[in-house]
Design a protein around this ligand. Structure first.
Ligand code: ADP
Ligand code: MG
Ligand code: ZN
Length: 584
């Protein structure tokens, strides 16, 4: 391949050089020609020494003598000059003597230059085509990706969510015989380093199918159309192999929400995105191709990507909690020589570490041990590595701040959970965590609402109380001066519910059964409405505080447990709830 390409370039170079040499040679020949006066020319004429006269319209004419010498002389510009010459038996040529060969060489020079340029453009095209081709883009399949679910520690929920995908990849026929439609696309979202890529590889590994990976940023190119063509090649390649997992990392690079300010760059992105959507709808269920994508921010993605039939399954891959961190540390320390290491303790110390950061920590410790030629990786290696990994922060200080933040978050979340358990016992609180996620910056409490068509006034008031539970717990434990910004979102939702109750649902006094929207055009006094909302929420807040005060024992116990475990599940809560009930 390469040799042919090189020949294509060398041939025109050689011909160009040759013709250039000749061209210069001819010109040199003529540069050597001397001018002679017209009288001398006439003299040569009378001596019959002239063989040819090159007769053009220029001020000079060229004269070739019978001995081959050439010189120039002035063009007399007389009438019948040609006839006079011809009569004396002199040949007359109406082109310059250098013209014929120099035109030939000039032409051959031009041709070689042009073909050289074509060859260069082509060869650069070949290389850019090479870049276009998926091969050189690191999307070569990792056949039988050597990863399995065993390489992914923690992340149990995410693993569970992709289990059926593995099964589908193994027997797509089974699913299609039931007419079941598998999600074509799956989006893994979560903080960097939480193991999204790892999980995608594990899916391919478990199903024993090739894994094709590319990053969204590979598709975003300066040249319009390159991204789209890369997408097509990626799919073509994957389809050529039958079953496969196609993984697109950083999908936000191409699938970001379209903004109204259209620039050239976003045109390119649109093309790429459209190519992706077209390709995704372009194969049928039986083929056993699954497209997985990863992003740090699900809310940044264009809705077009998230529609059914596209990336319609969204799986959160969250930061590991205590148990998960222990598992991850164990996994990465598994085949390393360790001594006297308390992995449990390290799991505790590494709150908010991602899987990648934990892996990094273990690796740094191993490097330190290796540098010292120590036989084992010991606790003090981990200590040093820890400082390296969290470098940039004053360690103690940071731990102190963290510990305090953790405590605030824990009380806040338990506040929500407890109020929910007490006020809305039919709503299952499935998870309370202080591990931040896209669901909440500090932590979050997840409850499964009761299924019902209508929500009554009593329920809405209780929902407000649950939302206020976080703030109420903070105030109760830390004092009114130490409440935090953590309740920002809760308060927003509270306001929303209260406002709707009073202005839309006819549950208030100020406008009674009237609907605020219908009254919008009338210039009614809104102060009264705001006051009523405030009074409603204020009263509910007092009630919430009272409730938590009477449950302070549970509040403390649950918080203690949450700080310890970082995540509490339904079972943990239920247990504590009943324990309290029997106490009461
Ligand atoms: P992401 O794609 O979410 O940014 P990666 O999958 O690239 O994260 O993770 C980077 C590395 O961190 C992995 O190769 C692995 O060594 C480690 N890691 C991350 N999460 C886990 C996990 N849950 N279990 C084991 N290792 C993990
Ligand atoms: Mg990644
Ligand atoms: Zn809250």
């Amino acid at each position: 391949m390469n040799k042919i390409k090189k020949k294509q370039i060398y041939i025109p170079i050689i011909t160009a050089v040759i013709s250039l040499v000749f061209l210069l040679g001819i010109n040199y020949n003529f540069m050597g020609t001397k001018d002679k006066s017209y009288v001398e020319f006439l003299n040569d004429m009378s001596k019959k020494k002239v063989s040819t006269v090159y007769f053009t319209d220029t001020p000079k004419i060229k004269v070739k003598l019978s001995d081959g010498k050439i010189y120039e002389t002035d063009n007399p510009r007389i009438d019948n000059f040609k006839e006079t010459l011809l009569k004396q038996g002199v040949e007359v040529s109406e082109t310059s003597p250098s013209d014929a060969p120099s035109i030939i060489f000039m032409a051959s020079f031009m041709i070689s230059i042009i073909s050289l340029m074509i060859a260069l453009i082509r060869s650069s095209n070949i290389t850019s085509k090479g870049m276009l081709s998926v091969d050189s883009l690191d999307a070569s399949a990792i056949e039988n990706a050597p990863f399995t679910f065993n390489d992914v520690a923690g992340n149990e929920e995410a693993k569970e969510s992709v289990m059926d995908i593995v099964d589908f990849l193994k027997n797509p026929e089974k699913y299609s015989s039931y007419g079941a439609r598998m999600p074509r696309g799956i989006i893994l979202y979560g903080d960097p380093g939480t193991g999204k890529t790892l999980l995608a590889k594990a899916v391919a590994g478990e199903a024993n199918v090739p894994f094709y990976a590319m990053s969204g940023s590979d598709f975003v190119q300066v040249y319009v159309g390159v991204g789209a063509s890369r997408i097509r090649q990626l799919f073509k390649k994957a389809k050529g192999h039958g079953k496969a997992v196609i993984f697109i990392d950083e999908i936000d690079a191409i699938g970001k929400k379209r903004d109204n300010s259209k620039t050239g760059g976003s045109d390119e992105r649109d093309q790429t995105l459209n190519a992706l959507l077209t390709e995704m709808s372009g194969f049928n269920e039986k083929e056993g191709i699954i497209i997985m994508a990863a992003t740090n921010r699900l809310d940044m993605l264009d809705e077009a990507l998230l529609r059914p039939g596209r990336f319609d399954r969204h799986i959160e891959v969250s930061l590991p909690d205590l148990t998960a961190r222990e598992k991850i540390l164990n996994l990465h320390l598994k085949n390393k020589p360790i001594k006297d290491m308390n992995i449990k303790e390290w799991a505790q110390k590494t709150a908010y570490f991602s899987g990648a950061k934990l892996e990094n920590l273990v690796n740094e410790a191993a490097i330190l041990a290796c540098k010292e030629e120590s036989k084992f990786i010991e606790n003090y290696h981990m200590d040093k590595a820890f400082s390296i990994v969290v470098a940039g922060y004053e360690k103690q200080n940071r731990d102190y701040i963290k510990e305090k933040d953790r405590k605030i978050t824990a009380f806040h979340e338990v506040g929500h959970a407890l109020v929910s358990l007490k006020m809305l016992p039919n709503e299952k609180v499935s998870k309370v965590t202080i591990i931040p996620s896209t669901k909440g910056a500090g932590g979050y409490t997840l409850s499964i609402p009761e299924d019902s068509l209508y929500q009554n006034k009593d329920y809405l008031k209780k929902r407000i109380m649950v939302l206020l539970g976080g703030r109420a717990a903070e105030e109760l434990i830390f004092g009114a001066d130490y409440i935090t910004t953590g309740a920002h979102n809760d308060l927003k939702q509270c306001t929303n519910i209260a406002f709707h109750m009073i202005t839309q649902y006819g549950m208030g006094e100020t406008i009674g059964l009237l609907n605020m929207q219908e009254l919008m055009n009338l210039n009614i006094n809104k102060d009264n409405i705001i006051n009523e909302c405030k009074e409603l929420v204020d009263n509910l807040y007092e009630e919430t505080k009272q409730l938590l005060k009477s449950e302070e024992e549970s509040l403390n116990a649950l918080t203690e447990k949450l700080l310890q475990k970082e995540t509490l599940h339904y079972e943990d809560l239920e247990m504590l709830g009943t324990v309290h009930e029997t106490l009461a």
